[in-house]
Design a protein around this ligand. Structure first.
Ligand code: SIN
Length: 288
């Protein structure tokens, strides 16, 4: 109820621990007044991820919604829909046995100099079971660490790369059997980009962890052994079940997440069934 009263234009029902919230009272296929967009941005910064049930969206409607929320970001290594270069179809065909796209903990495209601030994922076809998406609360995971440890993390930077999945030796380059999505791999994926380990969120001005098993490979200035140990500790800490929410999809459901506040991880478990989602990312600045 407290969540509902804070917003004038939308109904926001947070999960009990405040991480993630369901939003109703808005028709996302319409153009939104400035107050509604402000409410949506506030709710996203507060809860990290929002889900909106029963929101059918055409390709054009999905793009229009995203553009109202902010400038759109880029999508390296994955081919977008032919007539809609901003929309990536995250698709797995019933007979497909390839690695699940996004199936490791990550923050979208964190290997870019300016990683996307937010991602919108719209469910087109949902399998009868499986295909959930896991989200972990990287802000609370940071805030529950001890003060001296947080102080140390606030002064560290880490390098991110797309090489693990998208490099010429990466796992997408080696696999066969993908049919639903076109993924482009190559040596340019091995470039490194350095970001703070716990940047300050531009809206809330609170820190959250910004490293992931998917893309973060080294702590700047640390030996490999030290760096591996810290990154493994942080990965295990952030993905502890007390910080994780498992999101179960319905057709026409939209989820928006803030890539500076969550890591996410797609799950499988629906072999024999189609799963099809449409995804747009919103541009973000350099984490600092
Ligand atoms: C992604 O990483 O964007 C894909 C998430 C999903 O398909 O659940």
């Amino acid at each position: 109820m407290a969540g509902k009263l804070r917003y004038s234009k939308i109904n926001v029902r947070p999960r009990p621990d405040g991480f993630g919230a369901g939003v109703t009272g808005v028709t996302l296929s319409n153009m939104q007044p400035a107050e509604t967009l402000a409410d949506l941005r506030t709710a996203l910064a507060e809860h990290g991820m929002l889900w909106f049930p029963d929101q059918p969206l055409s390709h054009g409607g999905f793009e229009a919604l995203a553009r109202q929320l902010g400038p759109l970001g880029v999508n390296p290594f994955v081919q977008a829909l032919p007539d809609h270069p901003e929309i990536v179809e995250v698709r797995r065909d019933p007979d497909e046995r390839a690695v699940v796209f996004g199936g490791g903990w990550h923050s979208d495209w964190s290997f870019l100099a300016e990683p996307p601030l937010a991602t919108l994922l719209h469910a087109k076809v949902v399998p009868p079971s499986g295909g959930d998406t896991l989200f972990c609360d990287t802000r609370r995971a940071f805030e529950e660490l001890s003060k001296p440890f947080r102080t140390m993390l606030a002064n560290l930077r880490a390098s991110h790369t797309a090489g693990g999945p998208y490099g010429s030796e990466g796992y997408f380059a080696k696999e066969s059997g993908r049919s639903g999505m076109q993924i482009v791999t190559g040596p340019e994926a091995d470039a490194l980009q350095v970001h703070p380990v716990a940047p300050i969120h531009p809206s809330s001005l609170r820190r959250a962890l910004f490293v992931s098993p998917g893309y973060t490979v080294a702590i700047e200035g640390w030996s490999k052994a030290e760096s591996d140990a810290l990154l493994q500790f942080l990965a295990a800490h952030m993905t502890n079940e007390r910080f994780v929410y498992r999101h179960i999809w319905q057709p026409d459901m939209l989820v928006i997440w803030d890539n500076r506040l969550v890591l996410h991880c797609a799950t499988g478990g629906y072999d024999g069934h189609l799963r099809m989602m449409h995804r747009i990312v919103l541009a973000g600045g350099r984490p600092s």
